[in-house]
Design a protein around this ligand. Structure first.
Ligand code: S3P
Length: 179
């Protein structure tokens, strides 16, 4: 009997764009599994993302991130995957994801990203911990164009500014049902 490849959807985009909340809703609508790679790393290591960055460094975190992605790729369950903002930002990453599933860029304006990230949301993200609104806006303006080189390789680019998380999840569910 031939093995059917499980379906995967990878959500990519900048910190705060809504990958986790949209992904969880999308998975519930499609009745697929949901994996948030940051949470999965925290579960497997017993450490927070901030602790891993502080004690083992970003390089080690990036290794753990890709080990987690590869484990999801090999799983035989249909899965919606919310990736970390930096996960797809290296050569070959988007290609690897698109080989095994559909990729979706949740595109968001810098203003929306700043507004969505509370103080505690910033604190648990080592790249932006302690930044005020102006510092965060400057960081996003600088970093987003570099990251969009990767994000824009996604199979689908969805503009998040116009739709709420529930609307986005519905929109993505209808895209996924029609492919
Ligand atoms: C990161 C994004 C975070 C997390 C880590 C690094 C980044 O994930 O993986 O703090 O480099 O953009 P979210 O995009 O889910 O916040």
């Amino acid at each position: 009997m031939t093995k059917t490849m499980a379906r995967k959807v990878f959500l990519v985009g900048f910190m705060g764009c809504g990958k986790s909340s949209v992904g969880r809703r999308l998975a519930a609508t499609l009745k697929w599994d949901f994996v948030d790679t940051d949470k999965e790393i925290e579960r497997l290591t017993g450490k927070s993302v901030a602790e891993i960055f502080a004690t083992q460094g970003e390089e080690r975190f990036r290794e753990l991130e890709w080990q987690t992605v590869e484990a999801v790729i090999s799983s035989e369950r249909d899965t919606v995957v919310a990736l970390g903002g930096g996960t797809p930002c290296r050569d070959g990453a988007m290609e690897r994801l698109s080989e095994t599933g559909r990729t979706v860029y949740l595109k968001s304006s810098p203003a929306r990203l700043v507004a969505r990230m509370s103080e505690s949301g910033r604190a648990r993200r080592p790249k932006i911990a302690g930044m005020n609104d102006a510092q965060l806006a400057a960081y996003i303006e600088k970093t987003l164009p570099e990251r969009e080189k990767y994000y824009n390789k996604a199979n689908f680019v969805v503009d998040c500014d116009a739709l709420g998380d529930a609307g986005l999840a519905d929109r993505l569910a209808s895209i996924m049902r029609n492919i």
